[in-house]
Design a protein. Sequence first.
Length: 285
Amino acid sequence: MDKNIKKLTIYKLFLNSKKYSVKWSGYFQVYEKIFSNYRNKKIKFVEIGVANGGSLFMWRNYFGKKAEIIGIDLNPNAKKLEKYGFKIYIGSQSDKKFWNKFYKKEGKIDIVLDDGGHKNLQQISTVHHSLPYIKDGGKIVVEDTGTSFLKKEFNNPSKYSFINYSKNIIDIIHRRSPLLNKSLNFYSKKIFSVDFFESIVVFSVDSKKCFLNKEVNNKAKNEWAIDYRHNEYFKGIKDKLDKQYGLMNKRSFFRRLTRKIFYRNFLFNIFDNLKIKKIFNEMKR
């Protein structure tokens, strides 16, 4: 194991937990990165998949006395952990009715950590049904997302994998760009960002930051900024035209005409895609 992992507070708390727990070594550095700002604050933290309860003790010691730690599991034996001061709910994370009852009782939550069954439906259901109840500034964290690539037990890769669901959310949050001319939906109004780590996906929730984007500019004069993005193909033709006629970048009509002629030209797209394909192939090595 990497020596820097052993130095992390969260890892030391994991080792000293009074109940059994198992984690992947790379997770602890992610925990420190995404959770450190919540320490010693009054938060509600929910973990799905508590097993023997070792991680519940780790989280309570990590976040501090102000944090309320709640566990969810399918195994009724998990209820035994309530004698240690944890709230434990028994139910299925893929069941909408369970989530409705849970949030009706618990209200808004700061952090949901999914370490449950790792199946596509379970992970996707957790995010989908929890999102309305996550406080601004909160997070939904899904672990063991590597199952989206496993054939045995999980029937992946598939278009219905959790990772593909997460990629769809990337598309959805881009609806906040007016260039797409698409209306905002609940996801794009709630999820501010998505972070991908090895086997962990983090959704940061903040509706106050999820507004429709707008182009802004200051009052200074545009002295020389013009569009050079396709000049590698033009060999300076566009610059010569602009220098001779002075219109190519100064009138919206000519800017639109230039983009139609040059930027949407399928030949340039073919040249670009050939280069991109080469890069994609290099990524797989």
